[in-house]
Design a protein around this ligand. Structure first.
Ligand code: UD1
Ligand code: CA
Length: 457
């Protein structure tokens, strides 16, 4: 873009009433990110200066995590009014200004690049705007041109669907709502926009006629696929847009070497990293800031959120949240690993095993029906079926420390705080209430403990 200043305004102050939601429309999520994030992200990738967002007072309070400068439009008097408010907040500059709407999550950087390439203040083109041929009926503003048929001749003006006569309603070339302006020309024009229309709003689109009257040119930039500029107005459109974005994300990963068996039932968040030759099986949802290594098998029916997963890991029909998994570890089916668990290399977790806030060394095995919470388990320890860390005494969470090469018997209750030494062994069914020294094999072992088994009399 050279040295020309390029700034951007994103309009997001509308109420979005058709969402029927307590939450502002542009904060509804698609693939793990708010609708508005998608537009801002595409603009940032285009290389524009930090976009400024026009919000309403409610939305403004909730925008924190999006980390964009905002200007509040107290009353929604129309897109032209919203742009005027943003311009008032910006120091005037010679340069280009992109205007986009916050409810268009499918627009990608290439569309912004195309519209910016078409505006040329020095050659008298003060505005370039994206247009799209769409099936009728449609609520989009119609592109009225000078030519005898749709799409021919130069752009004369945009008529909002609500202001159209029947002939204009039949036009199938629409205003996508993506503009690149010569900022100086826009400032002059926006000051003259009136609200003399069916909705009594100040329309940004009325700047077209004003610019033409001032002797400037307006360049249309048609898109090939109208679906890339569809807005989201209700939850049906939200689901459709999310499906398109999800498909795009799946395709990006597939092109980068990930096998996704069924993209239609694989749900990915934006900004994931997945290594080559990893296979994702159906019914799997991968979200947050998850990173997955190479040659893993993930799914089917698995949920990963904020998971750091090394290479060659196999996770099937399980849930992993906020946890780290070492290489070659095998998890599932039906395991639940959460809240800052850390699993080393070659760990094996079988069915109905829950790990919470615990550190498992390399080669630890917990193959069946177990709970490990607030614990450290040393390498190579075998944690028997049905064994439970009793980590909560009703008031406090207490830690369990198990050494290396230990053997925790089936159906043990390890009453924390407690330490089980390296190489120690506990017998089946033991309720372990005192520390077990390293190498000890007495606790709960019927053959060796003081309490004799009934048969021994
Ligand atoms: C607008 C365009 C229409 C275009 C369509 C594409 C105008 C006048 N019309 O119509 O030509 O085909 O988008 O989707 O621009 N907003 C504010 N403040 C306001 C009003 C709106 O910030 O006072 C924001 C909304 O939050 C929304 C965007 O501007 O993100 C567009 O407003 P909306 O009311 O949805 O306009 P449309 O009727 O869809
Ligand atoms: Ca809209």
């Amino acid at each position: 873009m050279g040295s020309v200043s390029v700034r951007a305004i994103v309009l997001a102050a509308g109420k979005g009433t058709r969402m029927k939601s307590a939450r502002p429309k542009v904060l509804h999520e698609l693939c793990g990110r708010p609708m508005l994030w998608w537009v801002l992200n595409a603009l940032r990738r285009t290389g524009v200066d930090e976009p400024i967002v026009v919000t309403n007072p409610e939305l403004d309070l909730l925008l924190g995590e999006l980390d964009a400068p905002t200007v509040v439009q107290a009353e929604q008097l129309g897109t032209g009014h919203a742009v005027r408010i943003a311009l008032d907040a910006l120091e005037p500059r010679d340069g280009l200004l992109v205007v986009a709407y916050g409810d268009m999550p499918l627009v990608d950087a290439s569309i912004f690049e195309d519209v910016l390439a078409a505006v040329d203040p020095d050659a008298g083109t003060a505005l370039a705007l994206v247009t799209a041929r769409m099936p009728l009926p449609s609520n989009f503003g119609r592109i009225v041109r000078s030519g005898p048929s749709t799409g021919s001749g130069s752009v004369r003006r945009i008529v909002e669907a609500k202001d159209c006569d029947p002939e204009q309603l039949a036009i199938d070339e629409m205003n996508a709502g993506i503009y690149a302006f010569d900022e100086r020309a826009l400032r002059e024009a926006i000051a003259q926009v009136s609200n003399d229309n069916v909705q009594g709003e100040y329309y940004l689109t009325d700047t077209i006629e004003l610019l033409l009257r001032a002797g400037r040119r307006v360049a249309p930039v048609p898109v090939v696929d109208y679906r890339s500029v569809l807005g989201v107005n209700d939850r049906v459109e939200l689901a459709n847009a999310a499906a398109i974005l999800n498909r795009r994300l799946c395709e990006e990963h597939m092109r980068a070497g990930v096998t996704i068996i069924d993209p239609a039932t694989t749900y990915l968040d934006a900004e994931l990293r997945i290594g080559a030759d990893t296979v994702v099986f159906p019914g799997t949802r991968i979200g947050g800031f998850t990173r997955i290594g190479a040659s893993c098998e993930i799914g089917p029916h698995t949920r990963l959120s904020n998971a750091l997963i090394a290479d060659d890991v196999c996770i099937t029909e399980s849930v992993i949240l906020d946890s780290t998994i070492g290489p070659r570890t095998k998890i599932g089916p039906y395991a639940h690993v959460r809240a800052g668990a850390y699993l080393g290399a070659d760990v094996k977790l079988g069915n109905f095993v829950e790990i919470k806030k615990s550190d498992l060394g390399d080669d630890v095995k917990a193959n069946h029906l177990a709970y490990i919470g607030d614990a450290t388990v040393g390498p190579r320890t075998n944690y028997g079926a049905g064994a439970i860390t009793c980590n909560y005494d009703g008031t406090r969470k207490n830690r369990t420390t198990i050494g290396a090469d230990a053997f925790i018997g089936t159906n043990n209750s390890l009453v924390a705080p407690i330490t089980i030494g390296d190489g120690a062994m506990t017998g089946a069914g033991a309720v372990v209430i005192r520390d077990v020294p390293a190498g000890d094999k007495q606790v709960g072992n019927p053959a060796r403990s003081i309490a004799k088994s009934p048969r021994e009399g």
